[in-house]
Every structure is written in structure tokens, then in C-alpha cells.
Design a protein around this ligand. Structure first.
Ligand code: HEC
Ligand code: HEC
Length: 532
């Protein structure tokens, strides 16, 4: 009913578009009805490019993309008059955010291979992406000015951090050479693996984080879904732009501990919104730097104070540009530009056939963007503790509060996957083949797991493999995986077949994206040093 209403509301909206563009929009809308999203996207984009603001708005609403969002007048930044309560910051990482958009049907998920075509990416504003690059590398966005987005999502480390579970503020260095600088609390390993950021700028991406707590298509009735939702005074170009609001609020990742700096203290006092909130304080830091305020002013053609949503949009544009990876041997094969090697071709047939990988790794992103319990060994500090003090991470269930989602995590998109180790939501595997073998038979795999996580040194009060000695905990992970396998059981493969499957995974690499486009900046407007 709710959905139906919104679709009608959009259709009524279509009545008011100007002639000419209207036809494109109409075509786009009927393509949507047929679930031909690529055509819908092209038609709406062409109308938006002719200046049709309504098409721009639809493009943004339906596909969650687009500088077209800017064709609509954006309300000037007005700190809320009544203080808003910040969404609860759960665990060590970020609070949930829901972007208000009309619910749409999910992308069709054929189990046959589909290329991730250029059509599925909105054009990136390169001038904005350049500002975003500096912000992405600049520790100025962290409370203690000692960690940047790039510390955990580095171009030289496959847009991750190269370790199973990383260290945020209070440490220095990159990858497995990262070391605490003294005051890191003992249990402050980041509880989940830093995911790669490949292709997050694609219009096809609907859900972010291992547990999907940042979502493009909010079908769940959630208080945050109301029109008075907490971020309605901001204006984001994309999902990934909105996401950038959250790492800066995490004590362990970027904000620091209460008392260490004004950002951390604001977060601890639940001051996030408003003009004394953490976001305004961070925006003011950026605005005070000429190298940012002048460039933002030039870019928007107006000299107004830098806003936090602009910072998000700039970072989002950089991520979309820098980490786009759709020119792989696999995509070139699908675009009929180049043959796959016979081994990779055989691996592809296994992936989409006998091995059943594409039951979940499907569609243009090689992900159904859904959640499955795959029985990955629980390691590290977890997101929460159980009554006995054992660590655990129940995954999607902590977002939906639905027990049937226990230990389920989002299906990762697999482009550049061989460069993204360690693998899995907690990085329990540093050997990809071992991961896939476990993945295909997780119930038995949990019995034979041999610890192989890559962990920067930390005198941790929580034993990194502690949960594995908790029979209840391991039993619960195993039960959840067994339920998944009732539906998705995968057959045993011969060594030769495994070789071919692994060759196919390697054919999902995009050399241009791995080499980097804008790369690491030489200097930063803050004068701080970028991680290299
Ligand atoms: C201390 C390490 C750390 C820092 C710093 C950090 N991240 Fe992350 N990032 C992570 C981890 C860990 C996750 C996964 C968290 C989860 O799923 O619960 C993540 C998830 C993400 C995702 C979601 C990816 C996906 O596939 O769903 C995006 C996008 C992202 N980070 C961007 C950023 C940006 C932008 C910044 C800087 C403002 C940043 N990160 C700073 C560790 C970090
Ligand atoms: C039932 C759905 C499902 C099936 C079938 C499936 N996967 Fe997965 N895959 C997932 C999920 C969910 C994850 C994330 C698990 C986690 O981190 O807890 C994942 C993770 C992965 C990863 C790790 C990616 C990363 O960046 O860490 C690889 C590689 C992978 N799968 C390959 C495969 C292959 C190869 C097959 C076929 C043999 C396959 N998957 C079958 C759902 C599935």
C-alpha cells in the first residue's frame, strides 16, 4: 500500500514535466515497469541532461545518484532550531542512517553473467572529486588529526587496509605496519574488516556496510524513515556521500575518546547535529582552511561556509571516480571485446553453474545485495558481548532485530577481490582459496579453521580468537550457516575445478582501478601528511 502510494505519487509528478523531456521520462518510467533499469537510467539521464529537473529528481530518488540532485534547489544549511537527538552510535562503528527515497523494486538479479556497464555509473564531477580526494586523505576530519579515510581504505591496499581488523585513531602507519601510539584502549581493534570501496559509485548499489545499516531502499518500517528523519536538512548526491558522515563520529575509527578533543566530546554528549554538533565542528575545521574554503567557493560559485554534506558529496565523488572497477577481463568478455582464457572461462561456467556462486553473487555487481549467514569464524572484539563476556557479531540481525538474520552479512561485490584480502567480514582468512573452500562448506569448515588473521599488534584484553572457544557461540554461527546451506548447498569441487574457479576470480580484476586515477595527493590543505 505504502509502496503503491509512492509509485502513484511519482506518476502524478510525471504529469508536470515539460513536453519533449516528458517523453524520455515516460520511456524511463515504463522501462522501470519492465525492470529494464539500464534503459530507465539512460532515459532519465538524457532528460536530466536536457535540464529536466523532475527527471533529475527521479534519477536521484530511484537510482540514488547524480549531480542532478543539484538541479533541484537545495535548502541552505539551517542548523535545526530544536536540538535533534543523534541516532544512537552503536558499538564501535557508526550509527544507522536511512535516506528517504521512494521504495523501488530491487534490481533484477539474473543468475547469468551481466556486465557492469558504464551506464550504471552517474557522471562524476571531477572538480568536486579533487576536493574530495584531499578530504579523503586528510586527517583533519579525525578528532585527533591522526587518521583519515585513506588509512583504512588506501588505494595501495586495494581500497582496504590490508589487515583483518584495523586500528583507528591512536595508532600510526599503514596496513600491518600500523602500531598503537600509546593510548589505544585494549579492546579497540575495529571489530570488522574494512571493506574495499570498488564500484560504490554505481547506481546499482543499494546497501552499504557488512550489515547493510546504510540503505538506499528502506523497506523496513523504521522511525528514521519519517519525513522528519534526522538528515533531512542535508542534501546528498549519493548513498556513498551520505555514508561519509559516519566514520567521523566513531570513537574508535576517527573521533577519538571523549575528552581527547572537541569532536569526540561532542559525540559523547550526543551533540551531532546543530551548530555546536560534531558535524558543524568538523565543517568549521575544513572551512578554516583556505585550501578547502576557496576551492569549495569556486566550485559552487558562491562564498558560503563549507557544509558537512558538501564534504560528504566531495568524498563521495572521489570514491566513485577513484574506485570504479568495471574494466575487468570478465566485463571485457561480456562486452564482446576480448576472449577469456579457457581456464577463466571454465571458472566462469562453474561460478554461474555447478558451483552455485551466482545464486548470491549475481547481477551486475556480482552481489544480490542481500544477507546470508555463511559461517565465517567469529574473531576479534565483535560488535557486542554476550552475558558471559564472550564477544560476538550477530551481523544483519542487529539492524533488523530479526533473529532469522543472525550472523548474516551482505554478499560482497567481487570485482578486484583477489586484491582485497584478508577476506570475510572479520577478515578471518588471509588465503583466498582457503576462504572459498570454507565458504562452500561452512559447517565442516568451522571445525577445521586454522587461525590466519592478519592483526596489527595490540596488547588486547580480548583474545582475538576467544569466541572460537565458546561452544555456544560457534554452535550458533554453525546453526545459522546450516540453515543457509539447506537452500544453497554447494557441491564439492575437484582440485582442478577449484583452480579454474580461482582463475575466474582473478579475471575480476580491473588494472586501471588498481593503478589508481587521482592517487595520493602530494600535500594537503591542512599541512598534515597523507598516508602513503
Ligand atoms: C579505522 C578504519 C576506518 C576509517 C578511518 C574509515 N573507515 Fe570506512 N570502513 C571501515 C570498516 C571497518 C568498515 C565496515 C564497517 C561495517 O560494515 O560495520 C567501513 C565501511 C565503509 C564503507 C562501506 C563500504 C561498503 O562496501 O559497504 C564506506 C563507503 C567507507 N567505509 C568509507 C569511509 C570514509 C569516506 C571514511 C572517512 C570519512 C572512512 N570510511 C573511514 C573502516 C574505516
Ligand atoms: C548463499 C549465498 C552465497 C553463495 C552461494 C556464495 N557466496 Fe560468496 N559470499 C556470500 C556472503 C554473504 C559473503 C560475506 C560473508 C561474510 O563476510 O560473513 C560472501 C563472501 C565471499 C567472498 C569474500 C569477499 C570479500 O571481499 O571478503 C568471496 C571471494 C566469495 N564469497 C566467493 C564465492 C564463490 C567463489 C562462491 C561459489 C563457490 C560463493 N561465494 C558462493 C554469499 C554467498
Amino acid at each position: 500500500m505504502h509502496k503503491f502510494f509512492l509509485v502513484c505519487a511519482s506518476a502524478i509528478g510525471l504529469g508536470i514535466v515539460t513536453e519533449g523531456h516528458a517523453q524520455s521520462v515516460e520511456r524511463g518510467f515504463s522501462a522501470m515497469e519492465q525492470e529494464d533499469f539500464a534503459t530507465a537510467y539512460r532515459a532519465l539521464r538524457s532528460a536530466a541532461e536536457q535540464g529536466d529537473a523532475r527527471a533529475g529528481a527521479l534519477l536521484t530518488d530511484i537510482f540514488g545518484v547524480g549531480p542532478y540532485a543539484r538541479l533541484q534547489p537545495t535548502a541552505p544549511f539551517q542548523p535545526a532550531t530544536t536540538p535533534r537527538t543523534a541516532p544512537a552510535v552503536r558499538g564501535a562503528i557508526m550509527a544507522p542512517v536511512v535516506i528517504r527515497r521512494p521504495p523501488v523494486r530491487p534490481f533484477p538479479q539474473p543468475s547469468s553473467p551481466v556486465a557492469l556497464t558504464d551506464d550504471l555509473f552517474a557522471p562524476v564531477d571531477l572538480a568536486l572529486a579533487e576536493i574530495g580526494r584531499d578530504l579523503f586523505f586528510d586527517p583533519i576530519l579525525s578528532g585527533n588529526k591522526d587518521v583519515s579515510c585513506a588509512t583504512c581504505h588506501h588505494p595501495n591496499l586495494g581500497s582496504g587496509d590490508g589487515v583483518s581488523l584495523g586500528l583507528g585513531t591512536g595508532a600510526k602507519g599503514l596496513g600491518d605496519a600500523r602500531t598503537p601510539t600509546g593510548h589505544l584502549a585494549a579492546d579497540e581493534r575495529i571489530p570488522r574488516n574494512a571493506p574495499a570501496l570498488w564500484n560504490l559509485g554505481s547506481a546499482a548499489v543499494r546497501v552499504l556496510f557488512h550489515d547493510g545499516r546504510v540503505e538506499f531502499d528502506p523497506a523496513k518500517p523504521d522511525a528514521l524513515l519519517t519525513p522528519q528523519g534526522p538528515l533531512d536538512y542535508m542534501s546528498f548526491d549519493s548513498l556513498v556521500a551520505a555514508q561519509a558522515m559516519f566514520p567521523v563520529l566513531s570513537h574508535a575509527e576517527m573521533a577519538g575518546r571523549p575528552g581527547e578533543n572537541e569532536i569526540a566530546s561532542a559525540v559523547a554528549d550526543e551533540r551531532v547535529h546543530g551548530d555546536d554538533g560534531a558535524w558543524a565542528l568538523l565543517a568549521a575545521r575544513v572551512d578554516a582552511l583556505e585550501g578547502y574554503s576557496r576551492r569549495f567557493a569556486d566550485w559552487r560559485g558562491q562564498d558560503t561556509p563549507v557544509r558537512m554534506d558538501e564534504i560528504g558529496n566531495a568524498i563521495g565523488a572521489f570514491i566513485a571516480h577513484e574506485f570504479r572497477a568495471n574494466d575487468t577481463a570478465f566485463d571485457r568478455y561480456l562486452r564482446e571485446e576480448q576472449a577469456l582464457s579457457p581456464e577463466a572461462g571454465e571458472g566462469m561456467r562453474l561460478f554461474f553453474g555447478k558451483a552455485r556462486c551466482a545464486e548470491c553473487h549475481s547481477g551486475p555487481l556480482l552481489s544480490d545485495q542481500s544477507f546470508h549467514a555463511m559461517g565465517e569464524p567469529p574473531i576479534g572484539p565483535g560488535k557486542e558481548r554476550d552475558a558471559d563476556g564472550y564477544t560476538r557479531d550477530i551481523g544483519r540481525a542487529a539492524v533488523t532485530l530479526d533473529r532469522s538474520d543472525s550472523y548474516a552479512f551482505r554478499t560482497p561485490m567481487l570485482r578486484n577481490v583477489v586484491h582485497n584480502g584478508p577476506w570475510g567480514h572479520a577478515g578471518a582468512f588471509s588465503d583466498l582459496r582457503a576462504f572459498v573452500i570454507h565458504h562452500m562448506d561452512p559447517v565442516a569448515g568451522l571445525e577445521r579453521y586454522s587461525p590466519q588473521a592478519v592483526l596489527p599488534q595490540l596488547a588486547s584484553a580480548v583474545p582475538d580468537y576467544g569466541a572460537l572457544s565458546n561452544r555456544m557461540q560457534v554452535g550458533a554461527v554453525k546453526d545459522a550457516a546450516a540453515r543457509t546451506m539447506e537452500r544453497y548447498a554447494m557441491p564439492a569441487l575437484s582440485e582442478g575445478e577449484m583452480d579454474m574457479l580461482m582463475t575466474f576470480l582473478a579475471a575480476l580484476s580491473d588494472p586501471t582501478s588498481l593503478q589508481g586515477r587521482m592517487g595520493v595527493p602530494d600535500t594537503l590543505p591542512s599541512g598534515l601528511q597523507p598516508d602513503r
